[in-house]
Design a protein around this ligand. Structure first.
Ligand code: COA
Length: 367
């Protein structure tokens, strides 16, 4: 049975930064309050011409460069997002088109902030079963478009950004060692965008009632998150037949420093075993774990051979954790340049649209 290794990683955040002081000009809050209650200092906000797919493509290309894998080699793309480009089609398909992943099946996985952990698990299982050899996972968010900038309970928390991993099959032991996934839909209303779906489709009333924005019961989500983070970590460790002492790093979903501190106490480990960057990005939902991972690698913290836990929680409610043995890029025999496929992908997309148009004309004449 092949092992599923993480062989590539990338992140991309939009350039504009919104500080706590900037937010204090929009709502009644202060830098001090936000830092004390959440640990967040600033977050990145997408420009008007940036979307989940465009941020996701940048992160994906970087991940493919590290993996030294051509987009045309990918078998599967899973995009996970709490702020997808459309209800349908899947953001994964837009990314597939833009990077030129000609043979990949692509779909979105919706599990809110747990989406990245759930997606890695799904891709790893497909690799372990032998049905695919490679997969691209993209967590990408433009949550700023779903935030009510008049609601101080939520607008202080979220940020935009994207992260991506490449997973590949190998006979060498390692990679994804275990994973647990959980859900509790009885908590659906605790963290929800009620409008825009089939229950409350867009209407004057739905807009008037702010249903298209994030609604959150902060205290309830806080209690839930602190309850599940440590427990899920221990569950994933047990499944991998490891203890917390065998682990070099815990890379949690970045929502609030106080949630991480509570988990550290529960697990009886020092806070510096956790990778934390919520101060600079806020909560980027599905993108937060890969962004934290990429930064940990860049800082020389996470190294090949290390064992790490990824642990996520969020709307649904959903939560999950996994243990991975970090692989690092696989040795290169021939250098590929995934970024060069973008031009080819754009041309291919234009040609395919043109052919579809011409085909439509002919079928009109035929009938
Ligand atoms: N600035 C200043 N005051 C604020 C504020 C803000 N941005 N937001 C809330 N307050 C006020 C409240 O109105 C309340 O005032 P009151 O006592 O006069 O009614 C007071 O601060 C305390 O509010 P409370 O909601 O108890 O604060 P908290 O300590 O629970 O912190 C959150 C609020 C949102 C930071 C915290 O609950 C949280 O992080 N929850 C989890 C959210 C999360 O992670 N969501 C994503 C999960 S994926």
């Amino acid at each position: 049975m092949p092992f599923a290794h993480i062989t590539g990683w990338g992140m991309h955040v939009p350039e504009p930064v919104l500080t706590n002081d900037d937010i204090s000009k929009l709502v009644d809050t202060s830098d001090e309050w936000i830092r004390e209650r959440t640990g967040i200092r600033e977050r990145h906000i997408a420009r008007e011409n940036e979307f989940p797919s465009t941020l996701g493509v940048e992160a994906a290309i970087k991940a493919l460069q590290i993996a030294n894998l051509a987009p045309t080699e990918l078998d599967l793309i899973i995009c996970t997002s709490s702020s997808p480009e459309y209800i349908f089609p899947a953001t994964a398909c837009l990314i597939q088109d833009q990077i030129g992943a000609t043979k990949a099946g692509a779909f979105d996985l919706q599990a809110a902030c747990s989406g990245f952990v759930f997606s890695i698990n799904m891709a790893a299982q497909a690799i372990r079963s032998g049905s695919i050899k490679s997969a691209l996972i993209v967590g990408t968010e433009v949550l700023s478009r779903f935030v009510n900038w008049k609601d101080r309970n939520t607008c202080i928390l979220f940020g935009d950004g994207a992260g991506a991993f490449v997973l590949q099959a190998s006979d060498v032991p390692g990679g994804v060692m275990s994973a647990v996934m959980h859900s509790d839909g009885s908590g659906a209303n605790s963290l929800i965008i009620p409008g825009g779906g089939a229950r409350f489709p867009a209407s004057e009333l739905s807009i008037h009632e702010n249903k298209h924005f994030i609604h959150m019961d902060g205290k309830e989500v806080f209690r839930f998150a602190t309850r599940v983070m440590g427990k899920a970590t221990l569950e994933a460790l047990e499944q991998a037949k490891l203890t917390i002492d065998d682990i070099q790093w815990i890379i949690p979903h970045q929502a609030n420093i106080r949630i991480v501190e509570t988990a550290a106490k529960y697990l009886k480990v020092p806070l510096d075993k956790f990778i934390v960057n919520v101060d600079r990005y806020g909560n980027t939902s599905t993108a937060s774990i890969p962004i934290a991972t990429v930064e940990a690698i860049q800082k020389g913290q996470l190294k090949a051979g290390d064992k790490a836990v990824f642990v996520g929680f969020g709307g649904g409610l959903t939560w999950g954790a996994m243990v991975v043995e970090w692989t690092g890029p696989i040795p290169i025999t021939k250098q590929v340049h995934p970024e060069q496929y973008r031009l080819f992908a754009r041309l291919r997309s234009i040609v395919r649209r043109a052919l579809r148009f011409i085909e439509g004309l002919f079928s009109r004449w035929d009938s």
